[in-house]
Design a protein around this ligand. Structure first.
Ligand code: 86X
Length: 588
């Protein structure tokens, strides 16, 4: 079971070439995979401008369609995203992340550089979540990157399915290690060995530790920047409690924070729910999840998970306390009880989901709350005929506006670079997804206003300079809200209630996830996955559409309606009574 679930996980992450990658064996030679990655990288890098030819050594992009011909930018420099999101999502994605300077490839397949533009988003997420968990009494800590084989094996029931993904260190300097060391794929075993030592009495509970760290899972399926990499950043929280109730309460509180990161920071809608037994972490008592959706491909994507581990690990790692509530006679010992544990994790994958959900044909669209620059000010209306004096005046005035905005708490940036046309700058900031552009020229200054342009909608409106410090924050909040609203509407429109099997695959093929009444059986789930993998007769599956089957994404907390007595499971081969609404879909 464990191995199957990792199989599924591995299968599901292919953004690029769903049909080919689906058939790729996990045993496939790394060399071939490496070559594939290199080819991908080359393909993605093709249109990247030649940095060497650029003043200031920055990759400058932009269509140059509005370029008024300050000729620092040359042909190679003025290429924007060369494919649309609709025509080739994979190519589009790679171009966007490279050209918007979010990420760079390295000489290690599946390992990427998170450049400042993406790392800043991670910092926003970290600060937001860190404050919330600290308020819950969680403390940060750091455990070693390496785990001994013996320790890792203590979890062997659960490790089995993951074993193929563990990276090992076998040498130190010139010497072979006596015992190889695993690079942590997750820290359960490292942390729970300590918990076993540390927790002696109910007074040591609850113990709530979190780590902000990196983990390595050496996958052989082709990697996708942010969404599935061999090394990634995350937080992993591990807590121990006296009672099940206390543990369960925390599981949901954490899930709410995860939902808030997605919805309130990244403007990405998610559905909260419980994983079915098939899809949960094998070591968990139950697993809760936030599930996202990538509209362009109609696939679900797991956003983060919060597990109640029950007493499973406590038994394996001998984490016990005395039952202090037990009444005993003098001299008699109280029973030992196992603690209740949770673990929860949120990863840099979320940044990829944000890019996929909000990006458009011009590039990235970053929600204001996580954008390092929220408003970019661009001096306009200056040309060869403009006197130095006038130019200086405009730039000085715009500089003042930028400072005023910063003082008001807006992350404003003045683009006063010389030698680049305004149009060129517009394109660059659009590519980078800056939420609001403020164009300021001599005419605007005369009218005591600026022209604002929204990145998400393209809407243009003027803002009077007197109202700048109130209007800009208001508009940023509006953008934030509307980005979430649009994405939520789209997700809702693609979360379709299906009551009969005959509609299952056709609805799936229309880029939807489905809400169906299901028996909650694991074998039935497997059957649905198999039977929804092929195309339906008469319904041509788009060449790019994945032929993979649908798996259960979650049992949404919010159930569409009560299940009427006698309702059968959606799977006609099953014949059992339906127990709950389950969200099914193709997924990453
Ligand atoms: C499961 C479970 C859990 C803490 C989380 O989901 C949140 C944060 N951990 C992680 N998991 C593994 O246990 C695992 C183990 C090995 Cl050895 C591996 F190579 C990969 C794994 N992937 C996931």
């Amino acid at each position: 079971m464990a191995s199957e679930s990792i199989e599924q996980k591995m299968d599901d992450l292919n953004v690029d070439k769903p049909s080919t990658s689906q058939s790729a064996e996990p045993t496939e030679k790394p060399a071939k995979q490496d070559k594939e990655r290199k080819d991908q990288k080359k393909a993605a890098k093709g249109p990247k401008p030649d940095k060497g030819q650029n003043k200031q050594g920055q990759g400058k992009q932009g269509q140059g369609k509005q370029g008024q011909g300050k000729k620092k930018e040359d042909e190679t420099d003025t290429k924007g995203i060369t494919v649309t999101k609709a025509e080739d999502l994979s190519e589009w994605y790679q171009q966007v992340i490279l050209k918007a300077e979010m990420l760079e490839f390295t000489d290690i397949p599946g390992c990427y550089i998170y450049l400042p533009r993406s790392y800043m988003i991670w910092e926003e997420i970290r600060d937001f979540f860190d404050a919330r968990i600290k308020a819950m009494g969680v403390e940060n800590s750091y455990f070693p990157l390496f785990i001994t084989e013996a320790n890792l094996q203590r979890e062997k029931d659960h490790i089995e399915g993951f074993a193929a993904e563990v990276a090992w260190v076998t040498e130190g300097g010139k010497n072979k290690l006596e015992k190889k060391l695993a690079v942590r794929p997750t820290s359960e075993t490292a942390m729970y060995s300590y918990y076993s030592k540390k927790i002696k009495s109910h007074r040591d509970l609850p113990l709530k530790l979190n780590q902000w760290n990196n983990v390595v899972r050496w996958e052989f399926k082709h990697a996708v920047p942010f969404l599935r990499s061999r090394e990634f950043l995350w937080q992993e929280g591990h807590t121990a409690h006296m009672t099940e109730q206390e543990a369960s309460k925390e599981v949901l509180e954490i899930l709410d924070h995860y939902e808030a990161i997605y919805q309130d920071l990244l403007a990405v809608p998610v559905v909260k729910g419980t994983k079915t037994v098939n899809e949960q972490f094998p070591g968990a008592h139950y697993t809760t999840t936030v599930e996202g959706f990538i509209p362009s491909v109609g696939r679900g994507i797991q956003g983060a998970t919060s597990h109640c581990l029950g007493q499973h690990f406590a038994k394996m790692f001998d984490i016990t306390v005395e039952d202090h509530k037990q009444v005993v006679k003098e001299g008699e010992k109280r029973d030992k009880v196992h603690v209740w544990q949770n673990s929860w994790g949120f990863t840099t994958r979320s940044i990829g989901v944000m890019i996929m959900v909000h990006g458009d044909d011009k590039g990235l669209v970053v929600p204001p709350r996580v954008s390092n620059i929220q408003a970019v000010l661009v001096p306009v209306g200056l040309n060869n005929k403009t006197s130095d004096e006038d130019r200086e005046h405009v730039v000085n005035e715009v500089d003042k506006l930028a400072k005023t905005l910063k003082a008001a708490g807006v992350r404003a940036h003045l683009d006063d670079r010389e030698g680049y046309s305004a149009g060129f700058k517009f394109n660059e900031w659009e590519m980078k997804g800056i939420p609001l552009r403020l164009e300021v020229g001599p005419k605007d200054l005369a009218k005591e206003s600026v022209l604002a342009v929204r990145r998400d909608t393209g809407e243009k409106f003027s803002i009077s300079i007197a109202e700048l410090t109130t209007e800009v924050p208001k508009r940023l909040e509006q953008i934030q809200k509307e980005m979430l609203q649009r994405a939520s509407d789209e997700f809702a429109a693609h979360r379709v209630i299906v009551r009969e099997w005959k509609d299952f695959v056709p609805t799936l093929n229309n880029k939807n996830v489905l809400l169906v009444q299901h028996c909650a059986g694991g074998e039935c789930e497997d059957e649905i996955k198999k039977d929804s993998a092929a195309s339906v007769e008469g319904q041509e599956v788009d060449a790019r559409a994945p032929s993979m089957g649908a798996k259960s994404l979650c049992i949404p907390f919010e159930q569409p309606e009560d299940i009427k007595e006698g309702t059968k499971c959606i799977n006609p081969k099953c014949g059992k009574d339906a127990k709950m609404w389950v969200m099914f879909g193709r997924s990453y």
